[in-house]
Design a protein around this ligand. Structure first.
Ligand code: NAD
Length: 293
């Protein structure tokens, strides 16, 4: 059976490391990193994510600044808050919680965030430089960065290996493929129009699944010994739970763990890494601002 990659434990370790670096920064320059979070509307899931991010910041000694705007806030209101944080030197990272209400153009808001404070890594300058050889983005999107960090900290060699990424979204699949390529893996991206996804996935030494379909990826999609990173978070009905549902990945965990050499669980795999990478990006931004190593 596959070794389970404990994303929660690895994320906790990283958060401790970040906390120690923040304390060192405070001693050296008298300042700590600052993260601004903008939430628009009252979606319960978004409010939960924002609360988790703020709690993680406070545990690491990172200062958080937050603004909650009503559902009917205008695009100009949101952009004005973004610009205000762009100009605030105590804020090193700015995060706009997505999705925004339908009447607001998400692209316009994300592009208003200074690319030097874009800790989510969604600004076109950061996405563009990630795709360019010889260039270094200021920030890489947290979830794919977390996937690579999990592979590194689990001792998985990427250089020279065959990798398959399932999904081509801007926030997960595409940057994950770029990052694997930067680690010198040979990368194939499989998506909704790929006619033979299982056949292609079976060639991979490393698989990152980011599709958003519960347990779509079955055990026979994997080459024996493959390393499997499952980004998917899908709720499926489960009447035996108090909540009435449980969370599963895009990969059929039980089948895959018979074939893979290493696998991430859902929950407790990639999820906790996303927040750890947000803190890491915020720390990096503050280090650049204060010129500390
Ligand atoms: P998305 O819907 O934006 O993109 C899904 C991608 O999957 C698309 O590129 C599509 O081409 C591809 N796809 C759809 N059906 C497919 C199929 N049958 N075969 C192959 N590819 C197919 O989703 P996303 O934002 O990239 O998120 C993917 C999953 O990851 C979701 O379950 C989401 O909840 C989860 N997620 C988790 C985290 C985290 O762990 N913190 C962060 C972001 C997303």
């Amino acid at each position: 059976a596959a070794v389970i990659i404990d994303g929660k434990a690895i994320a906790d370790q990283i958060r401790e490391e970040i906390g120690a670096e923040v304390a060192k920064m405070k001693e050296a320059v008298g300042n700590v990193p600052g993260l601004a979070v903008i939430l628009v509307g009252a979606r319960k899931d978004s409010a939960t994510y924002v609360r988790m991010k703020k709690k993680a910041c406070s545990e690491a000694g990172i200062q958080s600044f937050d603004v909650t705007l009503p559902e009917d806030a205008t695009q100009d209101d949101v952009v004005a808050h973004v610009k205000h944080f762009n100009d605030n030197p105590a804020v090193h990272g700015i995060l706009v919680q997505l999705p925004l209400p339908k009447h607001i153009n998400e692209e316009a808001v994300l592009e208003a965030v200074s690319y030097e404070k874009d800790v989510d890594g969604f600004h076109p300058i950061n996405v563009g430089t990630l795709a360019m050889q010889g260039r270094k983005p200021q920030f890489v999107s947290c979830t794919p960065k977390g996937c690579i960090e999990l592979l590194k900290r689990s001792g998985v060699q990427m250089s020279g290996k065959r990798a398959v990424v399932l999904g081509r979204s801007n926030i997960v699949g595409t940057p994950a493929a770029m990052l694997l390529q930067r680690e010198n893996a040979t990368v194939t991206v499989v998506h909704s129009r790929t006619p033979n996804p299982a056949e292609i996935t079976r060639e991979a030494d490393i698989v990152i699944a980011a599709i958003g379909k519960a347990e779509l990826v079955r055990g026979d999609w994997f080459k024996p010994g493959a390393v499997v990173i499952d980004v998917g978070i899908n709720a499926v009905e489960d009447s035996s739970r108090k909540t009435g549902y449980r969370l599963v990945g895009d990969v059929h965990f039980q089948e895959a763990s018979q074939v893979a050499s290493m696998i991430t669980p859902v929950p407790g795999g990639v999820g906790p890494m996303t927040i750890a990478m947000l803190l890491s990006n915020t720390l990096e931004a503050a280090k650049r601002a204060y010129g500390v190593a």
